[in-house]
Design a protein around this ligand. Structure first.
Ligand code: FES
Ligand code: FE
Length: 416
């Protein structure tokens, strides 16, 4: 297929039928992906990791997104900064390794060397009048809240970090994310466009056939009403689930725990944020195989409340949090055919594996679910390659996916 120019994309957006999946090029075409990057992906505050990944000065990791490489590094005073991984001399990448510890950020080409604050310290044999101060690394917008590191690649973010993150901070405090550590991380590279990965994430129509483990942990009423996120199920499913939610809210009130939810419904929001606290099925205390806890309580929980929190910062990052651990989901578009899916599990900072927490128990549900999702998403992509593919109708249980697609098309239109 030839590259899609802006006019073609506009025509495709205009042809889209609400309630249906999209035309083929939205899932396959490199020109559409380029427009996605500029109009949809760049304006977003992306969750990149937890600060406990880089505890010491000089610890760094690379955040790679849609062809950009960003160095996230802890400085001498403990602050975390982000820089484009591009030397100010002739543009070589500076860090080749995905993570490490350095005293200086030293370019492997001609050895220009930068301090951890991005300032250029060493550049040999430059002409007279050359001023090191003119050639510091290009900084990248960064925000850190309760240990969660976010990066924004747009020249000027449309929403400042504090405003962006503010609605989530009560959830972070409840779950003690500032006092957490990484228990495990795993990646599930998926050979499919990011929209196929996210269409799948925002509906639970596939949960019964594809995720027996998820259906073992969560009640059917919950799955029908909330399985693909807030408002993802038909209205009658929400009505059926409401008494269970009311009972959970009362329990939280009596324990002094946070309860409730919010959903950002502005179609023009660059982020599509939401958060919710909801109950597990009766008798379940955590998101584990047998419903029993796998780790010590986190944050300010006084007792097990039988519920969990979900915070969605954008379609590209969500955290699911029972009372004892947190499962971070990151969806990272690489190109039109490839999306990295990464999961990071957090536990209380002082907890020790084996003594205080059972790692296999913590990762069981979402690991097995992510593996199953990779298979069905890649199968979805293979079918869309067919000449006979045409957009198909969403069920009433795919409201979340339809909302996602309308949000996406609005973002694409707005950025034209
Ligand atoms: Fe980095 Fe030359 S490109 S020192
Ligand atoms: Fe799934």
């Amino acid at each position: 297929m030839t590259r899609t120019n802006g006019m073609d994309i506009d025509a495709m957006i205009a042809r889209h039928r609400d309630g249906f999946s999209m035309e083929k090029p939205f899932y396959l075409d490199p020109g559409v992906f380029e427009a996605d990057v500029e109009r949809v992906i760049m304006p977003i505050w992306h969750l990149v990791d937890h600060a406990s990944r880089i505890p010491n000065a000089g610890d760094y990791f690379l955040f790679e997104l849609a062809g950009e490489s960003i160095i996230v590094v802890r400085g001498w005073e403990g602050e975390i900064r982000a820089f484009y991984n591009v030397c100010r001399h002739r543009g070589s990448i500076i860090c080749r390794e995905a993570h490490g510890n350095v005293r200086l950020l030293r370019c492997p080409y001609h050895a220009w060397s930068y301090d951890l604050d991005g300032s250029l310290k060493v550049a040999q044999l430059m002409h007279e009048g050359f001023d090191l101060k003119d050639y510091g690394l290009h900084p990248c917008h960064i925000g850190v809240s309760h240990g969660l590191i976010f990066v924004n690649l747009s020249p000027q973010p449309g929403i400042d970090f504090d405003t962006f993150i503010d609605p989530f901070t009560p959830y972070f405090e409840l779950h003690g994310l500032a006092n957490a550590k990484i228990a495990h991380r795993a990646s599930y590279p998926t050979e499919a466009n990011w929209k196929l990965v996210l269409e799948n994430f925002f509906e639970c129509y596939h949960c019964m056939p594809a995720h027996p483990e998820y259906c073992q942990v969560h009640a059917k009423d919950y799955i029908l009403a909330y399985g693909g996120g807030n408002g993802s199920g038909p209205e009658e499913a929400e009505v059926v689930f409401q008494p269970q939610l009311d009972a959970f809210n009362e329990k939280c009130k009596s324990l002094g725990h946070l309860y409730g939810s919010f959903v950002e419904t502005d179609d023009n929001s660059p982020h599509m944020r939401s958060a919710a606290r909801t109950p597990f099925k009766d008798g379940w205390l955590s998101e584990t195989r047998d419903g029993q806890p796998a780790a010590p309580l986190m944050g300010t929980f006084k007792d097990w409340d039988g519920g969990y929190s979900a915070t969605a910062f954008s379609p590209f990052a969500t955290i699911f949090m029972p009372n004892d651990f947190a499962s971070i989901f990151r969806f990272i578009p690489v190109n039109e055919d490839h999306t990295d899916v990464e999961l990071i599990w957090l536990v209380r900072a002082e907890a020790e594996e084996g003594r205080d927490y059972d790692l296999e128990k913590i990762i069981w549900l979402w690991d097995v679910t992510a593996i199953a999702d990779k298979t069905i998403i890649e199968g979805n992509k293979q079918g869309i390659l067919s000449r006979r593919y045409e957009p198909g109708p969403y069920s009433r249980h795919e409201k979340g996916t339809n909302y996602l697609i309308n949000w996406y098309l609005n973002r694409l239109r707005a950025g034209a």
